[in-house]
Write a protein that binds this ligand. Structure first.
Ligand code: ARG
Length: 460
């Protein structure tokens, strides 16, 4: 018989049992469900709602159930619907009448809200530490490639010279924001809903603050209707995870591009590449491609969650059971992608010479030549036009700007002098961009230093 079977005259249809049941996916919250129940039972005893002995027996038995689950001794039942009722049923089967007192002053609606919050709080912590590891690798990689000049791109056209360190630190900043976003999401997740009952609170004199404190929550929810029907924190996490995947995907895309013969900027370590079943010569950047590809399912979950919640009247509705698979899949996907991505970039082989060679083409020092003319007294718009003409001349004569002779240069502007060659060397172009946030070695070093301090300040 169902735990809620009293008012029913018939059993549910087998198909409905299957359809309704969430145990196949919410069983992963067993530990959080049990810890939540233990805190609830302790509070019920402390508040005199059940006796201290009953409270102790319930807590002790719940711990035994936890151990049995962890030892693989428990088989959950589809008929018992979800993890909450499976555990309650187990408890009742072990201690009878006393077990039936656990659910006093509680509903599955505030219980599931508690469990999912606790579960996600743990997952946020795990993902944060994975992100921190990736950040650490990025900092070391940047530090080792401070003077590695490469082209920076806009429109995927060579634009201005930068360094690999600068490029890597751009990703560091993205993941740093992701860490901050997760921190913020955690704040709104760590609010304790128990005591909200099914929707309208409860008449029992529960001590909600005691439960919150026991379970490591910073505060309790303010409104019982909101508490049982709020899944903002789930959606917020799905959004944070989508943004993380978006960053990983952009990075992956660049690595895929950079490993092509045409770019040749990097080569993935053998351990993070795969071959072709037909073409013997192939070495494919599958890991980066898969990370890029898995981004789709994480975005999909975000849209699924938003759509499930859209138009739901207050308060709890069974639709909300659909939150779990979506957020679990997002969490699992990010947890799978981050460590493998981190290892992949930690082992990537960097082909500095090819990066430098690519920076030598494409007139990426044209802006610097224009700036040189500005320093000689020509207004920027005019110098822009002069250099444009010089570039056209170079294209027609198959030369680079620095290959032009003094005579050729001066035919465009008599203000050009010998010092131009130094001014438009790639090294000088990078070194000159030493404002905070720029690619010059000293600027990137400052960025790295700040990055290290930021990582230290993040509470893991
Ligand atoms: N398995 C349900 C969920 O995931 C638990 C809450 C069910 N409450 C209810 N009254 N049916 O949302």
């Amino acid at each position: 018989m169902k735990l809620w079977g009293g008012r029913f005259e018939k059993n549910t249809d087998k198909l409905v049992d299957h359809f309704n049941s969430s145990i196949s996916f919410d069983s992963r919250m067993y530990r959080h469900d049990i810890l939540g129940s233990i805190a609830h039972a302790e509070m019920l005893g402390r508040c005199g709602i059940i006796s201290e002995e009953e409270s102790k027996l319930i807590q002790k038995t719940l711990l035994e159930i936890l151990k049995d689950i962890e030892d693989g001794k428990v088989e959950f039942e589809i008929d018992a619907e979800d993890i909450h009722m499976n555990i309650e049923k187990l408890l009742i089967s072990r201690i009878g009448e006393t077990g039936k007192k656990l659910h006093t002053g509680r509903s599955r609606n505030d219980q599931v809200a508690l469990d999912i919050r606790m579960y996600l709080m743990d997952e946020i912590k795990t993902i944060k530490s994975m992100l921190a590891e990736l950040e650490d690798v990025l900092l070391s990689l940047a530090e080792n490639n401070l003077d590695v000049i490469m082209p920076g791109y806009t429109h995927l056209q060579r634009a201005q010279p930068i360094t690999l360190a600068h490029h890597l630190m751009a990703y560091f900043q993205m993941f740093a924001r992701d860490l901050e976003r997760l921190d913020d999401c955690f704040k709104r997740t760590a609010i304790m809903p128990l005591g909200s009952g099914a929707l309208a609170g409860t008449t029992y004199p529960l001590d909600r603050h005691m439960v919150a404190e026991k379970l490591g929550f910073a505060a309790i929810t303010e409104n019982s209707l909101d508490a049982v029907s709020d899944r903002d924190f789930v959606i917020e996490l799905a959004a944070c995870l989508s943004i993380i995947m978006m960053h990983l995907s952009r990075f992956s895309e660049e690595l895929v591009l950079w490993s092509t013969f045409e770019f040749g900027f990097v080569e993935m370590d053998d351990a993070y590449s795969t071959g072709s079943s037909i073409m013997p010569q192939k070495k494919n950047p599958d890991v980066a491609e898969l990370v890029r590809g898995k981004t789709g399912r994480v975005y999909g979950s975000l849209i699924a969650l938003l759509t499930v919640m859209k138009s739901l009247p207050l308060a709890y509705n069974k639709d909300m059971q659909e939150d779990k698979e979506a957020i679990f899949d997002s969490v699992d996907t990010v947890k799978m992608c981050l460590p493998v991505f981190t290892k992949m970039i930690a082992t990537v082989k960097i082909k500095k010479e090819n990066m430098y060679r690519a920076a030598q083409g494409g007139f990426i020092n044209a802006t610097d030549l224009a700036d040189y003319l500005v320093k000689k007294g020509i207004p920027f718009r005019s110098s822009h036009e002069i250099v444009g003409k010089m570039v056209l001349y170079c294209i027609q004569n198959k030369k680079t700007l620095e290959q032009l002779t003094m005579e050729e240069l001066r035919s465009f502007s008599p203000l050009i002098e010998e010092d131009v060659y130094r001014a438009i060397s790639l090294e000088e172009c990078v070194a000159g961009r030493k404002l905070p946030g720029g690619p010059a070695i000293e600027s990137v070093m400052a960025q790295i230093e700040k990055g290290r301090a930021f990582l230290k300040s993040i509470k893991l």
